[in-house]
Design a protein around this ligand. Structure first.
Ligand SMILES: [Zn+2]
Length: 196
């Protein structure tokens, strides 16, 4: 089935695999850095990568089966930014879901650097990895530069909001995601304008 997919769809799915590595599996990210091309090409490396991603999801869900501890929301890494990008592009083939997740993860890392949570080197590694996989890593590539205010207003309507706050999954590094609830959307809008 995967072999019948358009390469763009395969790359889009690959972004979600990388997401699991970024959440809490730095070892998997290191492995992907050495096997990205093989995973995209679809040999046994792809099977290994999918198995690792599925195991990663199972591990996270198992730790928070009833969505009580908050651990499970880590699965949304890249998705708060990503959903806003998808909304702005009309959920069209202008931007596939996985492409939005790739750019969303890059933005989550860059925003974490801005907040002093994450080393800039890690954010650069993540951007380079997605870019080398042929995924979008800059808003300007999508004609979305300078739209911080509009993107932030999409986040205000995100279904993952809790108690009137938009929840962000930020990072302390590759494989070290954590939940951040007190994020000021105006600061996010300014960041998005500068991050163009
Ligand atoms: Zn997703």
């Amino acid at each position: 089935l995967l072999d019948t997919l358009d390469p763009r769809q395969v790359r889009s799915g690959y972004a979600e695999i990388v997401k699991y590595a970024l959440i809490e599996d730095a070892g998997l990210f290191g492995w992907l850095e050495g096997h990205r091309a093989a995973v995209l090409a679809g040999d046994s490396a792809r099977t290994h990568a999918i198995a690792a991603a599925v195991a990663g999801k199972a591990r996270i869900v198992e730790q928070d089966e009833r969505e009580t501890s908050g651990h499970r929301v880590l699965l949304n890494l890249g998705h708060t930014f990503g959903h806003a990008l998808e909304a702005e592009t009309g959920f069209s083939d202008r931007l596939l879901h996985g492409e939005a997740v790739a750019l969303g993860c890059v933005l989550a890392f860059d925003f974490s650097v801005l907040k002093g949570l994450c080393a800039a080197d890690d954010a650069a590694k993540v951007r380079d990895h997605f870019a080398a996989a042929g995924l979008p890593t800059r808003q300007a590539e999508l004609g979305l530069a300078g739209m911080g205010q509009r993107l932030a207003s999409h986040m205000q309507h995100d279904k993952k909001r809790q108690d009137g706050q938009t929840m962000f999954i930020l990072v302390h590094g590759i494989g070290r995601a954590s939940v951040c609830k007190n994020v000021d959307l105006a600061a996010v809008a300014r960041f998005l304008d500068r991050a163009a």
